[in-house]
Design a protein around this ligand. Sequence first.
Ligand code: ADP
Length: 166
Amino acid sequence: MRIAIYPGSFDPITNGHLDILNRATHLFDKVIIAVLSNPIKNCFFGVEERLELIKATTAEMPKVEVDSFDGLTVVYAVKQNASILIRGLRALSDFEHELQMAQANKSINPNIETIFLMCSLEYAYLSSSLVREISFLGGDISDVVPKCVNEYISKLREKRFTNDYK
Ligand code: ADP
């Protein structure tokens, strides 16, 4: 059984992430989408919120498991019997950081391979931070995030708007 880990912040999950995840399921028997719960990294959404949104998004994807982890990704991968890490590549700007991460992971555990999938053209510009920014400034994100994420953020926005004008 070929198991791959797709690690990331997913703050929140976008259609760009989903595209990579979906394509990875065609290559592996099981893909674990794993939310990094790292106190050093300042995320907007809590781990539980991010997990719930991913679970709702991937409910109909039988090869996908959802989990969270802390510590080293390669250590987590070994615990899950996975030998592959999946990462998505967008612009050239992703490359340097991703190369460094892949090489660092390789030096910690040479048995774990990182595989990069190129982003699809329509999501090349898309990031979680951009989605949050557009949405909280009142823009429409329904085309670039799963339905449950759009609904969740819309509710948060309404709440904030109501509180601001109470
Ligand atoms: P991290 O903080 O680990 O970079 P992200 O949630 O930002 O977590 O990204 C997780 C992975 O998904 C990364 O490999 C990133 O390059 C990839 N990714 C993010 N957005 C997109 C997108 N629009 N298309 C393809 N891959 C993406």
